[in-house]
Design a protein around this ligand. Structure first.
Ligand SMILES: NC(=O)c1ccc[n+]([C@@H]2O[C@H](COP(=O)([O-])OP(=O)(O)OC[C@H]3O[C@@H](n4cnc5c(N)ncnc54)[C@H](OP(=O)(O)O)[C@@H]3O)[C@@H](O)[C@H]2O)c1
Length: 334
């Protein structure tokens, strides 16, 4: 173990929070049963907010190391669940929000947050999937088990070119559903079709206030956008079916009516990845391993060094990113 190592730390500078590359020692790290040599992390929407100094919605306290996902190998463990050399990963659990996260060459975490790296994916691919992909899998599983989805059904994905959206499109198409991808990015149409989308819907069509009940267009939906978009998605969902809502890229409001729910029995399934129980995590990663071709994972992601994390965060917030960004955190990851 090296004496000093690199980490991105968000600190209070005057009246604002600022992300900087810092040299840390192991003694700087928080407490935790397992010391992990982090090879890769990723940049999710929450990470991007924090990297840009917008801590209010993300970090409980400062200083904070961003990175809600991490993958790497166990260096030492006070728990008998893990031994040195184990290849592990963690998604959520408050990493990069309440506890220091993945943008650090070493991190200490609780033994119960770790799960084995799935055999079919490298650490880089697991982080390319990351919280975004695992959340997409949670949404698809919920639509199947609680939303009555059947093979051949039409399923909408909003924010389709984003991290959660891209993987949702790929997983739904692989499982035999007909995917309608809603996007605001015209450059992403080919990309979304390659992932398996049959139809593209311009996101402006869902962005204006509409009638509380509209023509039934799909038998299920994964919504990453929220706001008026979600209200319109619910108003166009078929009788007795469901919408899995996991995001707020377009707003946290839900300016709709109860009519889709009480007239059409449409269910709104809330999906959380951060504190999801281990049983659901394992099921989600099993689906990802089954239906997501590692080559597709490589195609929809790019890898950047730790030093570029802040710039990458800005890029993500500007809306110009398609797919997923992996951060290679330590030399092991290069
Ligand atoms: N519940 C959970 O546990 C959980 C887990 C992961 C993520 N999330 C949330 O899910 C959302 C998506 O995350 P992500 O990592 O996929 O983010 P992302 O990669 O930034 O993707 C978000 C996508 O939403 C669309 N979008 C952005 N701004 C919009 C706007 N103003 N109106 C309509 N559409 C807009 C864009 O897609 P197009 O260009 O294709 O339109 C964008 O690519 C975020 O709100 C995130 O916080 C929640």
């Amino acid at each position: 173990v090296t004496e000093q190592f690199n980490a991105v730390v968000v600190e209070q500078v005057g009246d604002r929070a600022e992300a900087q590359l810092r040299r840390l020692a192991l003694s700087d790290l928080p407490e935790g049963e397992v010391l992990v040599r982090v090879s890769h992390s990723s940049v999710n929407y929450k990470d991007a907010l924090l990297l840009n100094g917008n801590r209010n919605k993300v970090a409980r306290s400062l200083p904070m190391v961003p990175g809600i996902d991490l993958a790497g190998s166990v260096v030492s463990s006070a728990s008998d669940r893990w031994i040195p050399g184990d290849q592990v990963m963690a998604n959520g659990w408050g990493l990069g929000e309440v506890h220091w996260g993945g943008l650090s060459e070493y991190q200490r975490v609780s033994a119960s947050w770790l799960q084995p790296l799935p055999e079919v994916f490298t650490a880089q691919q697991a982080m390319a999937i990351g919280t975004a992909g695992y959340t997409a899998a949670l949404c698809v599983l919920d639509l199947e088990t609680r939303g009555g989805l059947q093979r051949g059904d039409r399923v909408l994905v909003t924010g389709a070119s984003g991290g959660v959206g891209s993987v949702s499109v790929a997983l739904l198409a692989a499982a035999g559903y007909r995917v309608v991808a809603s996007t605001g990015s015209t450059e992403s149409h080919d990309y979304l079709k390659q992932l398996g989308a049959e139809e593209i819907l311009d996101r402006s069509e869902l962005a204006e206030e509409g009638r509380p009940l509209q023509k039934e267009e799909w038998q299920g939906a994964v919504d990453t956008v929220g706001g008026l978009t979600l209200a319109n998605v619910l108003a166009r969902t078929a009788y007795g079916r469901a919408v899995a809502a996991c995001g707020l890229a377009g707003g946290a409001q839900l300016p709709g009516t109860v009519l889709p729910h009480i007239i059409r029995g449409v269910a709104l399934l809330g999906v959380d990845s951060v504190m999801a129980p281990v049983r659901r995590r394992l099921a989600a990663w099993e689906r990802l391993a089954r239906d997501l071709d590692p080559r597709t994972v490589d195609e929809v992601s790019r890898t950047e060094p730790l030093e570029r994390a802040v710039e990458v965060g800005q890029e993500l917030l500007s809306g110009s990113v398609t797919g997923r960004i992996v951060i290679s955190v330590s030399e092991e990851g290069r």
